[in-house]
Design a protein around this ligand. Sequence first.
Ligand code: CO
Length: 605
Amino acid sequence: MPKINITDVVLRDAHQSLLATRMRTEDMLPICPKLDAIGYWSLECWGGATFDACVRFLKEDPWERLRKLREALPNTRLQMLLRGQNLLGYRHYSDDVVRAFVKRSAENGMDVFRIFDALNDLRNLKTAIEATKAAGKHAQGTICYTVSPVHTVEGFVRMGKELAAMGCDSIAIKDMAGLLTPFVTAELVKALKDSVDLPLHLHSHATAGLADMCHLKAIENGCDTIDTAISSMAGGTSHPPTESMVAALRGTQYDTGLDLEAIQEVGMYFYQVRKKYHQFESDFTGVDTRVQVNQVPGGMISNLANQLKEQNAIDRMNAVLEEIPRVRKDLGYPPLVTPTSQIVGTQAVLNVLTEKRYQTITNEVKLYLQGRYGAAPAPVDPVLQQQAIGKEDLVDCRPADLLKPELERLTKEIGSLAGSDEDTLIYAMFPEIGRTFLEHRAEGTLVPEPLEPPASNVSTSAPTEFKINVHGETYHIKVTGAGHKGQAERHFYFTIDDIPEEVVVETLDELVLTGGADGAVKTAIAGKRPKPSQPGHVTTSMPGNIVEVLVKEGDAVAAGQAVIVTEAMKMETEIQATIDGTVTAVYVAKGDAVNPDEVLLEITP
Ligand code: CO
């Protein structure tokens, strides 16, 4: 009998941590027969980020992925990460949606549900644990590990006991940021094993170079199962390598019983696969000990880096990493994991980019301060709370107790686009992109985002072929020729969806189409939104997408009134009227991508 069990996270957390969650099902299935033969305790393969990336970028049905993996891995437990009452989304769902989601996941092949709440508010785990047990599956209660003046070993042990009392089959310590140190791990694992009679799993990240040592200390102190990633997808912001841990324990009382040679074959397979996704590799791939100071999880660092790059503000990365702990303190020290990592991260980015802390407060921070995500681990900053929620009431019950059943409403809303509860749940998790996904699927127009060719073949010149997205439509642009460079007017020739066009430009700002292309394309290419120059010009502080335009031309607005809702980094932000007056122009519509140097709408005093 092997003493230590292994959960390999290569199909979920490893590519989430290293490759922005972009690994496609087609790259998982060929190796499944070999993965299935290893004898892992489980394979983690599903979670919020994989579900999101499937729908948003890969244009794959995440349920279809689950079914295919189930079929290809008949002998291995499949494991998922579930955000308690948030499921795989970013808000609290009503209990009927939580039950339906867990039931459908179980029916489609999920065995182990690792259930956590970002605030460690166990009320938010209750329904998901009950639903997992009702489906006859393994409910793993999760302790999100973090470091703060209010988090103690005693507190985590108390949580472990409560999770056992709630009916969990095992307990996981989830160290999403790689914050654990070896001797703290030893103390925490020992204390938990001494007081909770359940199998214990450890999930830690290699970011700070400490995870292998933590795993060993955990094993010495009674931990039953460790999470590892196949070596070619290990290290950096990912996890300790599976092969190394198997080798380290071989021939000892903790032997995993796994065949090192067989695992190495799997490792070679993913070594090749990883190259295909080189464009998504984060800049932070080595050991980064800053996490021991700023506590920012690996996935969050790569998200922040991408977000700042998009805004040409990557040089502000250090300022953002310094701001994050301050925002976290203001919010009562939440562990940084989805969705609190996004909530804290986005607010920190806003605080840095607007150069005035809390000048803009995201809707999510407001809801958080109201108690709508649950109880913060410590009291929040009262002045900020007052500023954010104004006269609105605080919530101190379990947030989902305030929610009416909503499955029926969601089913009605999505209508015939959904052919099953699974489809409805895609829409429930991601109302905007979920609906678009289902529409495109119905039309047969799902196109995954393109992958760059292998790094060695990348040319240094600008691309001559690319796709642009306007109002949800994708146009295929191909540059077919250009006039002489030195002249005052320069002619460019290209095709849009194979229709030839010609452009004459003096400066890029004036890029105007002369052919008969769609007006929306003209606007997008020409950058027709004016540059801000007056107080009545309403702009955004960060690039994002328009979720809603709350006013129309001719409306009277008051300074401070919400006029537009944008989405950036998966967080919604209200943009307010800059002055009192009348809306005289609206340059954006729902779904548009917008940038900070553009006027979104114009108010005339
Ligand atoms: Co993780």
